[in-house]
Structures are given as structure tokens and as C-alpha cells.
Design a protein around this ligand. Structure first.
Ligand code: C2E
Ligand code: CA
Ligand code: CA
Length: 572
């Protein structure tokens, strides 16, 4: 059957030479890497597939060939390629300076190239493929990247599971698995790395399911499992979900980098949550959506009220997009007061959404939405622009404080964008402070540091917001030279009733003093608390005692009132 390989020199310097070597083999051959993607295919393979070389390289083999139709390592020709006349572990091909080395071991018949495991497959009997139809069908039913069932065939598989369940009085569960934090993988490491992660995730999913269960890739970073359940569907499905989460959470090595993703899972149970493939997938989708909202890396079972909530959420998102585009999100202003001389120092900009039916919507409701929808940066800039306009009529020593969401701190263009807005409205950078929370520093301290430093270089002050609630790390305070620490209102408010709060507030005030950072006490609602904060050395105060956040139209009267209070002495 075979024509022996041209092993003249046994040397090739790159993939191209290997390719031309394989072109001489009269059988379709592919070499795949450990991600089971084709690295090299020969001329015969291209002919068989009726596709160009560049089209095929990079593809996942099983997108085309069911495993049973590939005679991996068994062809005579391949045997020559794989073992030749040489001894185990002997080098077959190598370049002069060892850049690309191919080793073949007799036992494992694995080619090693530059330390990458390459598997060699050879299609020995083309007559197996006489049914090109089967090939095409396979392609249509499988995801080209991972080789898993695709959405279309998954639906069919659900119907099959359903029929089987009816016959055997067993049941099945649909697990919708959505990766957490996958998008940054593509953004940071590129699409090839993203693809490798998806392939590895599919392999892990296939490992954790039982025989007979179906794993599919529905698209993007969304996977699904149809798993048979017997006596206790809920328990069995939760166990599987926990196994999936644990399997995906383990770091994935792509080349030299270790990448971590997680998974959120929604579960729907057959016959309870739906009878059709569509219904079950929808239910699992809603449950997954809920899981994402309540904290990632978990699983949720579908319950009927999710349907209503999600519809509302989607409606809210649509309205919110419109509101942002239509400038319906307005800046409100809450006074910041000097505790040294009771003077008005400026205002914190707090976003408010005036909704025609729902009324005034607080930022805790829509800021997360803005973050999720990628609208937060635009929103911040538009709030700052409007605040800068509003401030034109105020006394020109007054400062503005702008809240910056952690998401924005991964954008190195942020400082320039803010300066651009300030220039546009003629508001000096020295009168602006940005407020960030500590959570923004945790994921990537060095890039946060770079951005915060450029703020300060541009003359913008930087405040650490809500201090005491999150990590409260001394390291962060040392690493970044904050101009202000804002003590979270929860401690300030309970200072008289909770001894622990008192200790924390005193500790933060001490820390600020030692580091030479100004401390702002948030949430001052009465004179008692005010007195305590003043005695403790807080330099700036904020809270309902001085005034709530108000629209621009009320600011002049707020300025008047505070002036009045100041001249009458601060008695509340
Ligand atoms: P924050 O930055 O800690 O803002 C202070 C919050 O405390 C404000 O709530 C304010 O109204 C409230 N507050 C002030 N004084 C008192 C007081 O004496 N007692 C009580 N009980 N509460 C007081 P608000 O306006 O609802 O804002 C909530 C959070 O939403 C803000 O917390 C901030 O994290 C976020 N936020 C608001 N506007 C923006 C924005 O434009 N961008 C971003 N990224 N976040 C914003
Ligand atoms: Ca704030
Ligand atoms: Ca705060």
C-alpha cells in the first residue's frame, strides 16, 4: 500500500518543510496539536476536503471526521512516518539550531515540535467517506471550533432525551453554562487564546458528564448539558453543576499564560420546567441570568417568577439605554463641608434618573446597569459636562467630586477624556476630585495606579471612597497617594450605637492623620455624630445634616443656607 517517505536528510526547518514532506504521502494526513486543531494537512487531505490548506489549518478535526472514521496512527504510511527505521525517542527531523524539533516515540507515536504535542492522523480509507453526506451532516451538527454539538443539534438531542425519559420514566436536566469573565480573555490575550480556552472548557465539560449525556456549545461562551436524572433530579443536577463549576474554575494554561474563567449555570428540569426543547432552554437561560446577577460562579434552578422579573429587567435596560441617550440621567449635588470652619467646599455629583412613570430612580439601581451595558464611561463624562456647565454660576472656589466606577479604571484613556470635558466647559482640573472605591484596585493594582497617578499629574485630586467596607488595605493606602479618604457612612452613622464602628472610625482617622491624607466623614445626620467626627480630626463632612443631594436649580439656595448656618455658628 505504501510508498515510503522521503527521509533523505531528515531535516526540516519549519512547518512548510513538514508540509511538503507530507504532501508526498499518498493518503490524507493531518497533524493536530494538543488542542486537537490541525496544524498541518497534506495535499491529499485538502483534496479530500475540497478546501484550501489555509482553510483547513486551525480547524478542529472532529468538526469534519467522527472519531471512529479516523485511523489515527494506524496507517502503514504513518507508521513509517511515526516510527520509520529509528529507535524510540530518536530524533527524526530537526533543524540545525534546534528551533523546531520533531521527535517521534515508537510507543506513543506522538510528534513533539518545540515541546508542543502533535498528534498525527491519517485517513486510510477514503471509501469510508463515500457518504460525503454524512460528512456534511456532521459539519452541520457540530460546532467547528470545539467539535461539540451545536445549538441546532442540541435541540434535537433534547427531544431524544425527552423521548427516552418518557419510555424509561426517568428524567433529565438542562444545564446552561455561561462562562464568567471570558470577554477579557479575548480582549487581553487575543482570539486565538480565547479559542483555546473554549476548547479546553469543552473538554472539561465532556469529562464531567456521564456517558449518554450531551454537551453542546450554543455559541460564544455559552455551553449546555442535557443530563439524565433518575431518582432525585434536583440533587443530581446540583451535583453535576458543582462538578462543572469546579472543573471550569481550574486555571487553563494557554502557552505560557495561566487563564482563569468561571461559570454561571442555570438549570431546568424536564417535565417540571418545560416540555419542549425551546421551553427548557428558555427556563435554563432565565435561571442562568439570575445566577449572573446574584453573584457569578454559582448555579440556579429555574422558578416561574424569574420569567416576570427578567422581562422587567429587560424592559428597564431598554428604557435605560434611551434615558442615557436622551440625557435623562442628571447630576444632583450633595454639599461637602469643611469641619474646620463650616465653609462649603463643594459638591459630590450624584447621578439621578428621572423616570416619567417610576419617578426618581436612585443610582444603586442603574449604575450597575450602566456598567453591565458598557455605558458607564459615557455617562460619567456627560454628568461631568453638565456639572461643569452648572458650576459656571457658582462661586469659583467650589469643588466637584465625581464617582468613578471600578470598570472605568481599566481604561487608560480616562484621564485624558476627563480633561477634555473639563477644557470644554472651562472647569479647572484643580477643582475636581475623582472618587474611587477600593474594589477598583484589587484586580489590577498597577494599571489603576498608573491611571490615578496621571489624574494627579493633571492636577485632579483622588479620593478613596467607602473606606472601611471593602478590603481596607493599608497596602493600597501606601501604594497610592490618595488626597482624601472617605469614611463609609455605615460606620459614621452607627458610631454612637456600635462600639466597633467607633473603633473603626477612630482607626481610620488615625491612619489618615499619620499618612497626611485628608479624611471625609460621609453620612453625618446629626450634631452628635458631627461632634465626634470633628473631635476625631475629620477635615470634611458630608451628610443629610448639611443637606441631601439636590438638583442644580436648588444649589443657590443650598449655598445661601450654608452661609447662613456658618454665620450663626454651627448649632444645627
Ligand atoms: P456614594 O459615593 O457613597 O455616595 C454617597 C451616597 O450616600 C449617596 O447615595 C448619598 O445620597 C448618600 N448619603 C449622603 N449623605 C447621607 C446621609 O446622611 N444619610 C444617608 N442615609 N445617606 C446619605 P446615592 O446618591 O443614592 O448614591 C449611591 C451610590 O451610587 C454612591 O455612593 C455611588 O457609589 C453611586 N453613584 C452615584 N452617582 C454615581 C456616578 O455618577 N457614577 C458612579 N460610578 N457611581 C455613582
Ligand atoms: Ca462617592
Ligand atoms: Ca461613599
Amino acid at each position: 500500500m505504501s510508498k515510503s517517505l522521503p527521509m533523505s536528510e531528515g531535516v526540516f526547518t519549519d512547518i512548510e518543510s513538514l508540509r511538503s514532506l507530507l504532501d508526498a504521502v499518498p493518503h490524507p494526513i493531518f497533524i493536530k496539536d494538543d488542542q486537537t486543531r490541525w496544524v498541518v494537512v497534506n495535499e491529499m487531505m485538502c483534496q479530500l476536503m475540497n478546501r484550501g490548506y489555509d482553510d483547513l489549518v486551525g480547524q478542529f478535526d472532529e468538526a469534519f471526521f467522527p472519531r471512529e472514521q479516523i485511523d489515527v496512527f494506524r496507517s502503514n504510511d504513518l507508521h513509517v512516518l511515526a516510527t520509520g527505521e529509528i529507535n524510540e525517542n530518536e530524533e527524526l527531523f530537526s533543524d540545525g539550531d534546534g528551533r523546531l524539533r520533531t521527535i517521534v516515540t515508537r510507543k506513543k507515536r506522538v510528534l513533539l515540535t518545540n515541546g508542543v504535542r502533535l498528534l498525527v492522523g491519517c485517513i486510510t480509507d477514503i471509501s469510508d467517506f463515500r457518504c460525503a453526506e454524512a460528512l456534511i451532516r456532521h459539519h452541520a451538527d457540530h460546532d467547528a471550533l470545539t467539535g461539540l454539538a451545536n445549538r441546532r443539534s442540541f435541540r434535537n438531542r433534547i427531544e431524544e432525551h425527552s423521548a427516552r425519559a418518557n419510555r424509561s420514566s426517568s428524567g433529565f436536566a438542562i444545564l446552561l453554562v455561561d462562562l464568567d469573565d471570558f470577554k477579557p480573555v479575548n480582549d487581553i490575550y487575543g482570539h486565538a487564546a480565547g479559542d483555546s480556552v473554549l476548547c479546553e472548557v469543552s473538554r472539561r465539560l465532556e469529562k464531567v458528564v456521564r456517558k449518554g449525556d450531551t454537551v453542546a456549545r450554543l455559541g460564544g461562551d455559552e455551553f449546555a448539558i442535557a443530563a439524565e436524572t433518575k431518582r432525585s433530579p434536583a440533587t443530581e443536577a446540583s451535583r453535576l453543576a458543582s462538578r462543572v463549576i469546579a472543573a471550569i474554575r481550574k486555571p487553563i494554561m494557554v502557552g505560557e499564560v495561566s487563564i482563569e474563567v468561571g461559570a454561571s449555570i442555570g438549570i431546568a428540569k424536564s417535565s417540571v420546567d418545560g416540555n419542549t426543547a425551546e421551553g427548557l432552554l428558555h427556563a435554563a437561560d432565565l435561571a442562568m441570568y439570575r445566577g449572573k446577577h446574584e453573584g457569578r460562579g454559582t448555579y440556579r434552578f429555574f422558578s416561574p417568577e424569574m420569567d416576570i422579573e427578567v422581562r422587567e429587567q429587560i424592559a428597564l435596560e431598554t428604557e435605560f439605554r434611551k434615558a442615557v441617550a436622551g440625557g435623562e440621567i442628571q447630576p444632583y449635588y450633595q454639599p461637602l463641608i469643611s469641619l474646620v470652619d463650616n465653609q462649603l467646599l463643594g459638591f459630590e455629583i450624584l447621578a439621578r434618573w428621572h423616570h416619567s412613570e417610576r419617578g426618581l430612580i436612585p443610582p444603586d439601581m442603574f449604575i450597575p446597569l450602566a456598567e453591565k451595558l458598557g455605558l458607564i464611561s459615557g455617562l460619567s463624562l456627560s454628568l461631568l459636562r453638565r456639572a461643569g456647565e452648572d458650576a459656571k454660576t457658582w462661586p469659583d472656589h467650589l469643588r466637584l467630586s465625581l464617582n468613578i466606577s471600578p470598570f472605568q479604571l481599566s481604561d487608560p484613556t480616562l484621564p485624558i477624556a476627563l480633561i477634555g470635558v473639563l477644557n470644554e466647559v472651562g472647569f479647572p482640573p484643580g477643582r475636581l476630585e475623582v472618587e474611587i472605591t477600593e474594589s477598583a484596585l484589587v484586580s489590577d493594582l498597577s494599571s489603576a495606579k498608573a491611571i490615578l497617578t496621571s489624574f494627579q499629574n493633571l492636577g485632579i485630586r483622588v479620593a478613596l471612597d467607602d473606606f472601611g467596607t471593602g478590603y481596607s488595605s493599608l497596602h493600597h493606602l501606601r501604594e497610592l497617594r490618595f488626597d482624601t479618604i472617605k469614611i463609609d457612612r455605615s460606620f459614621v452613622q452607627s458610631i454612637r450605637t456600635n462600639p466597633e464602628s467607633e473603633m473603626i472610625v477612630n482607626a481610620i482617622l488615625g491612619l489618615a492623620r499619620n499618612l497626611g491624607i485628608s479624611a471625609t466623614a460621609e453620612g453625618i445626620e446629626n450634631t452628635d455624630v458631627l461632634q465626634h467626627m470633628t473631635d476625631g480630626g475629620a477635615k470634611v463632612g458630608q451628610g443629610y445634616y448639611f443637606g441631601k443631594a439636590t438638583p442644580a436649580s436648588d444649589v443657590p439656595s443650598v449655598i445661601q443656607r450654608i452661609r447662613g448656618k456658618q454665620s450663626h455658628g454651627n448649632t444645627g
